[in-house]
Design a protein around this ligand. Structure first.
Ligand code: GDP
Ligand code: CA
Length: 320
């Protein structure tokens, strides 16, 4: 019986979650609870988008576009063309037709008065996801990027329109201080046998989850070991722009630097263990000196089996 909680962002979180499902099924363990970043969420053309929630849901459902790396497989863009013709939305932000179906369903249920947690619970019945998904919070929390000249952009504009080319001075989640963890989040962490931190972006995926008041306390207090997986391999991000995000908060793009950023749980941080890539095996002693158990294993999440092997290593490091 391994009750597992995962903290996850979008695409990296999705690849990791496929491995969690695979590894736990092999052990006949109960389905994991996946706490998903909702700091990327936004309103666009009247609908609520939850990019990280959808990345994980679509991947678990086998409905994701694995070539493009986001959205639904086989999607079309007819509605998007019409929105562009109206001058609605953002010209650089494509909404697929199938994807819009998801957003419309979600928005309708939110308008009916369901909470984001209830909406996700309802959405989770369509496909056999094999995990329980929870948003990090039911509060609307945006991520803003502040540039050196004081300009503030929505994270999606900075990321999708400008491809993270504008040097960020800070990432902000206005109002997050008033957010509370979604129902079930703190409870799942408290009751867990192990908590896994996916190799998601430490700043804009895991960062907002940890910034929801109560989440850090829950991680500090749980009896479960907390094991993280590095998204940095050999001093580089595998995919995405975590390096630009890390630089903005003064953290080097290196597996040991991210481990120090998260910190040892016994020193007020969140980690008991940290998996680094084989390529970073030389960093293990320095991480362990910081009071974080560490091991070097293959960290390329090429498919669910490869991700499952990473989860096996994380559970082994956790001693569960
Ligand atoms: P996003 O919300 O869609 O940007 O995705 P996440 O934040 O969940 O994940 C992005 C992170 O996943 C990036 O920092 C990548 O370095 C990391 N990542 C992507 N693929 C892999 C992989 O195969 N192995 C590891 N270890 N990390 C990966
Ligand atoms: Ca994201």
């Amino acid at each position: 019986m391994t009750r597992t909680v995962v903290l996850a962002g979008g695409v990296g979180g999705a690849k990791f979650t496929l491995g969690v499902r695979e590894a736990l099924a092999r052990r006949e363990a109960p389905p994991a609870t996946v706490v998903v970043n909702t700091g990327d969420d936004l309103w666009l053309s009247g609908v609520r988008l939850q990019p990280d929630v959808d990345s994980i849901m679509y991947a678990l459902a086998g409905q994701n576009d694995t070539v493009r790396g986001w959205g639904r497989a086989g999607d079309t863009e007819r509605v998007n063309e019409e929105l562009q013709a109206w001058g609605a939305g953002w010209p650089w932000f494509t909404l697929g037709d199938l994807d819009l179906g998801t957003h419309l369903a979600r928005t309708g249920w939110l308008r009916d008065g369901l909470t984001p947690t209830q909406v996700l619970e309802r959405m989770s019945t369509r496909w056999d996801l094999g995990v329980r998904m929870l948003p990090m919070t039911d509060s609307e929390v945006d991520t803003h990027v502040r540039l050196a000249d004081g300009t503030v952009l929505h994270f999606q504009e900075w990321w999708t329109r400008h491809r993270a080319t504008l040097a960020p001075a800070a990432f902000e989640n206005p109002g997050i201080g008033d957010a509370v963890p979604a129902p079930g989040v703190a409870e799942a962490i408290a009751a867990a046998d192990v908590v896994l931190v996916a190799p998601s972006n430490p700043v804009v995926s895991i960062g907002p989850i940890l910034a929801v008041p109560g989440v850090r306390d829950a991680l500090a207090q749980t009896a479960a070991p907390v094991i993280g997986v590095s998204g940095i391999i050999g001093g580089a991000v595998v995919r995405g722009m975590a390096d630009v995000c890390l630089a903005a908060i003064g953290v080097e793009t290196a597996a040991d630097a991210v481990a120090r950023h998260y910190g040892a749980r016994r020193a007020g941080g969140i980690l008991d263990g940290w998996l680094v890539a084989e390529e970073d095996a030389a960093l293990v002693p320095a991480i362990e000196e910081r009071g974080i158990r560490s091991r070097a294993v293959p960290l390329w999440m090429t498919d669910a089996a490869a991700s499952g092997a990473i989860v096996d290593a994380a559970l082994e490091l956790a001693g569960v």
